[in-house]
Design a binder for this molecule. Structure first.
Ligand code: ADP
Ligand code: ARG
Length: 369
């Protein structure tokens, strides 16, 4: 096995020492103990990734929740003493001897409409990440590889037809005004995320980056942002059955036309360990004026159902006008349909709780008159 060069090791040791003196609450700080650090710090993957390549983001951003990214697929194995406990904790119990179940997308028509219980859900979205075999992840991609990867994906996207059919455009062909508009409509990725930037994910920007939109703007594919691909299905309202059906059809066609990276144990492989396995994040934008004023109850209820609460513009954003983005938290160790059901069941409970709170507050208003 190749070993890290001495200057690079000195720099890694210095930065690690400083980081351990911060009061970071990240999983990186918790699990990269001195013992683990000393065990893995010399290692280099066949493609040249070091431990430093995987932890740069967490070192530069002590306020990270997680703090590490795999520089290539081999990093998950070579640095497993670090990745395994982080994966186990994030995905709510996935020990080193566990194996991700076989893919099972289930039957989308089982899922129905989340607004049957009341009009709380403004929009519904299901996304997954996919990596293409034969390419490393962001920190190791060359400028030529970004362009090649983009071409591979663009070519595969031509197989989407009918309601899935649309157009791919490179980011450099989209004016900054239109990019801003797409961002406001939640269709485009943010730029300049400091966690991704420190992870080495913004090199050669905007080379190789782009977005596919179907004609109805309900199917979106992001190319070379955090992952090689993000496949997204979304629409207004709460019809999760329709959103998921479109998602499954698009993922199936793209998987038939591109070799997706996966491993026996970890399922689909992604840049961030939070997105392994099914890689699915099924979310709703939901208006919760009462629970939103009682953040502790909202967070506790979400946690009870393995859900995660984000702000209106996604990760690391705040809720505007009590509109929250709530999704399944774990993606690994469960099947695709289980991830979807986990989100739906939790959201139904949250809707019932919000509507009980509404009844309670209208009763007490009546009594006070
Ligand atoms: P990810 O792409 O990993 O799922 P982000 O939190 O960065 O996560 O979200 C990306 C974009 O998707 C943001 O603009 C966010 O507001 C938007 N988004 C997430 N869920 C929904 C939803 N249910 N409806 C509309 N937009 C959504
Ligand atoms: N690295 C960031 C953190 O640790 C984000 C982690 C999860 N999100 C993601 N987009 N991969 O807080």
């Amino acid at each position: 096995m190749e070993q890290i060069d001495p200057d690079a090791l000195t720099q890694l040791e210095e930065e690690y020492g400083k980081f351990m003196n911060t009061n970071s609450h990240s999983l990186l700080k918790k699990h990269l103990t001195q013992e683990v650090f000393d065990k893995v710090k010399h290692r280099v993957t066949a493609e040249g990734a070091t431990l430093h390549d995987c932890i740069r983001s967490g070192l530069a951003n002590p306020d990270s929740n997680i703090g590490l990214y795999a520089a290539d697929t081999e990093s998950y194995i070579l640095f497993q003493e670090l990745f395994d406990p982080v994966i186990d904790e994030y995905h709510g119990g996935f020990g080193p001897s566990e194996t991700h179940p076989k893919s099972d997308f289930g039957d989308p028509s089982d899922l129905g409409d989340l607004n049957e219980l009341g009009d709380y859900v403004l929009s519904t979205r299901v996304r997954c990440a996919r990596s293409i075999e034969g390419y490393p992840f962001n920190p190791l991609l060359t400028s030529d590889q970004y362009t090649e990867l983009e071409q591979d994906v663009e070519y595969a996207l031509e197989n989407l037809e009918g309601d899935l059919g649309g157009k791919y455009r490179s980011l450099s062909e989209i004016s900054s005004e239109e990019q801003e508009e797409l961002l406001q409509r939640h269709l485009l990725f943010k730029q300049g995320d400091r966690f991704l930037e420190a992870a080495g994910a913004s090199r050669f920007w905007p080379e190789g980056r782009g977005i596919f939109l179907n004609n109805d703007n309900t199917l979106v594919v992001w190319v070379n942002e955090e992952d090689h691909m993000r496949i997204i299905s979304m629409q207004y309202g709460g019809h999760i059955g329709e959103v998921y059906d479109r998602f499954v059809r698009a993922v199936t066609i793209l998987s038939d036309n591109l070799p997706m990276s996966s491993s026996e144990r970890l399922g689909f492989l992604s840049f961030c360990p939070t997105n392994l396995g099914t890689s699915i994040r099924a979310s709703v934008h939901i208006h919760l004026p009462l629970l939103g004023r009682d953040r502790k109850t909202l967070e506790d209820t979400a946690a009870k159902f393995n859900l995660q609460v984000r702000g209106t513009s996604g990760e690391h954003s705040e809720a505007e006008d009590y509109v929250f983005d709530i999704s399944n938290r774990r993606r690994l160790g469960i099947t695709e349909i289980e991830a979807l059901k986990e989100m739906c069941n939790g959201i139904k409970e949250i809707i019932q709780l919000e509507s009980r709170m509404e009844e309670g507050s209208s009763q007490s208003r009546k009594q006070s008159h």
